[in-house]
Design a protein around this ligand. Structure first.
Ligand code: ADP
Length: 538
């Protein structure tokens, strides 16, 4: 017997329309080199409806993909609703990927329509010869603002708005319809497409809005430091309209100085971002003495935020860190933790820093044989996850088995789960270091190194060793003006980690290589090791 409850498909346009009706005057602010643009949810929804009603004139139909090569701007935000709103899927292309990877992903979907930020025109011109299916290019500005381009069949975004219908009614369709598409950053092999659905995204947004997770409300102003092409800005795209929180979109500039200014001037209270981005903000504050205004908490993940970074935010600015663990494949955060105050104040170490599953998500660790390991706070195993919003496979890649036979998503992470279901990530499978048969956690070792006051950034890789099979090698970027020798650092480390973890080799670099989503590019460090460090030693 079914209950006697109404049924409406969970469609993302419902979130924007809610904001347009309930929070019509709440602002969306969008930064650009041309100046700061601001408007309201009511205006954003009207423009999204106008664009949606014009999409057919571009030949875009239900079931198609449209690409978007753009920064975090208000027009990009409108497209996050307009394209899925008509039953097509928006492929948010990451402009920081290599040309090969961008070309690959656009070709892989076969999209014909590309929306292109005026700032990304040159990049699109370079990519276009590899993407023969893309035949219509919408430059995301007005005709008069658009830079000259060699791209064929160019249209202008503002013409779609002007020629569109502000009263357009959103079609109603199956909630399982694809909504957006993000490619993983391709740290191993070709990038893989994760195709989100309206239903999964909607449910995940409800789950992460909770006070245990983002704790979002209409009192908040979200500074969106995770780009739309990285897991839909980790849900910020949806949380703002749901809760009536102001949205602050940074555009292209992601340096600490620009972000700190934006945070203070617009009264940001919360924001998602990878550790590297927050590190930039914290460094700028330290160097300039600047504050962070109303910022109350940061939502930090994508890589383990160093303890020292979280402590700096707390001690210097009273800003709490909500650590999230998630992957492109889990839509948004899968676990999270409001880092304890005694950890932030330096009185305790974090026991399980990645926290507990977001409601609706289940986690487990399994051994090499795929059998579940105990939740005992010490058994290290392969982390697996299940949720209403976890990917079941990759777009057009039936050859890759993302899930096991029971439908658990294989994350590629190694972790320990405690009796209360809380999670501690020890490594990514491809980054693990096994020395003399024992695991060295690169995450823990990096965290320990960053705990030294003279260390700005640290990364650890495993390198071959005749006796121990593998040993950790530590790359370090020193803080500006700081004095630090390899021996000083090794001495410090031997006081905070197991003696046999202390790396024999410490290499100082001016900066660490980062990948397109701001994580340390360990593959580039391994290459540096092979081509320079090992070669010189040999
Ligand atoms: P890619 O796999 O291309 O790096 P993702 O953004 O999907 O792109 O990365 C997900 C991975 O990032 C996770 O599998 C995990 O290894 C790492 N990660 C995410 N959040 C955290 C965190 N809080 N602590 C440590 N690692 C994290």
């Amino acid at each position: 017997m079914h209950g006697l409850m109404q049924f409406q498909p969970l469609l993302l346009t419902g979130l924007l329309e809610h904001a347009a009706h309930a929070f019509p005057r709440v602002e969306i602010v969008s930064e650009s080199s041309a100046g700061r643009f601001r408007y309201t949810y009511a205006e954003a929804a009207a423009r999204a409806r106008r664009v949606a009603s014009s999409l057919r004139s571009l030949g875009l139909r239900e079931g198609d993909f449209a690409g978007c090569l753009a920064w975090t701007t208000y027009r990009h935000f409108e497209l996050m609703y307009a394209v899925p709103g008509v039953g097509a899927a928006l492929h948010t292309v990451n402009p920081r990927l290599s040309h090969d990877h961008i070309g690959y992903s656009i070709k892989h979907t076969g999209e014909r329509v590309m929306f292109v930020d005026p700032d990304c025109i040159e990049l699109m011109e370079q990519i276009a010869p590899r993407t023969p299916d893309a035949t219509t290019f919408v430059v995301m500005c007005s005709r008069s603002e658009a830079p000259p381009t060699r791209l064929p069949n160019v249209r202008f975004y503002e013409d779609l708005v002007d020629g569109g219908d502000a009263e357009f009614s959103w079609p109603v369709f199956d909630e399982r319809t694809a909504s957006t598409l993000c490619y993983t950053s391709g740290t191993t092999g070709d990038p893989k497409g994760v195709l989100y659905s309206h239903r999964g995204t909607y449910l995940s947004a409800l789950a992460i809005a909770a006070s245990n997770v983002w704790g979002i409300s209409r009192k908040d102003a979200i500074v969106v430091l995770a780009p739309f092409y990285h897991c839909n800005a980790w849900g910020a795209t949806y949380l703002g309209p749901m809760a009536g929180a102001k949205l602050i979109l940074p555009g292209r500039a992601m340096d600490g100085k620009s972000l700190q200014r934006l945070i203070v001037e617009e009264g940001a209270t919360v924001g998602p971002g990878v550790p590297t981005v927050w590190l930039g903000v914290a460094d700028h504050c330290r160097e300039s003495g600047a504050g962070l205004g109303k910022l109350d908490r940061i939502v930090c993940g994508g890589a383990a935020p160093p303890l020292a970074l979280m402590r700096t935010f707390w001690r210097d600015h009273g800003v709490r860190t909500v650590q999230v663990w998630g992957m492109t494949e889990t839509t948004h955060a899968a676990t999270n933790l409001w880092t304890d105050l005694d950890v932030l104040s330096g009185e305790a170490e974090a026991r399980a820093p990645q926290g507990q599953p977001v409601f609706g998500t289940r986690i487990r660790v399994v051994g090499d044989d795929g059998k579940p390991l105990p939740r005992d706070g010490k058994s290290i195993g392969h982390l697996q996850v299940q949720a209403h919003w976890c990917a079941s496979g990759y777009l057009k890649r039936p050859d890759v088995a993302l899930c096991d036979a029971d439908g658990w998503l294989k994350t590629g992470d190694l972790a320990v789960i405690d009796t209360d279901d809380s999670l501690r990530l020890t490594d990514r499978l491809k980054d693990v270091i096994k020395s003399g048969g024992e695991w060295v956690s690169s995450v823990d070792l990096e965290n320990a190194a960053i705990g030294h006051a003279a260390v700005a950034e640290a990364a650890v890789i495993g390198v071959p060793h005749p006796r121990w099979q593998e040993r950790p090698l530590l790359f370090v970027v020193k803080r500006a003006g700081a004095e630090l020798s390899a021996d000083d650092l090794r001495g410090y480390l031997s006081g905070v980690v197991a003696k046999w973890w202390v790396p024999e080799q410490v290499v100082f670099l001016d900066e660490l290589p980062h990948n397109s989503t701001g994580k340390v590019a360990k593959e580039a460090l391994r290459e540096l090791y092979r081509s320079k460090i090992a070669a010189q030693a040999g």
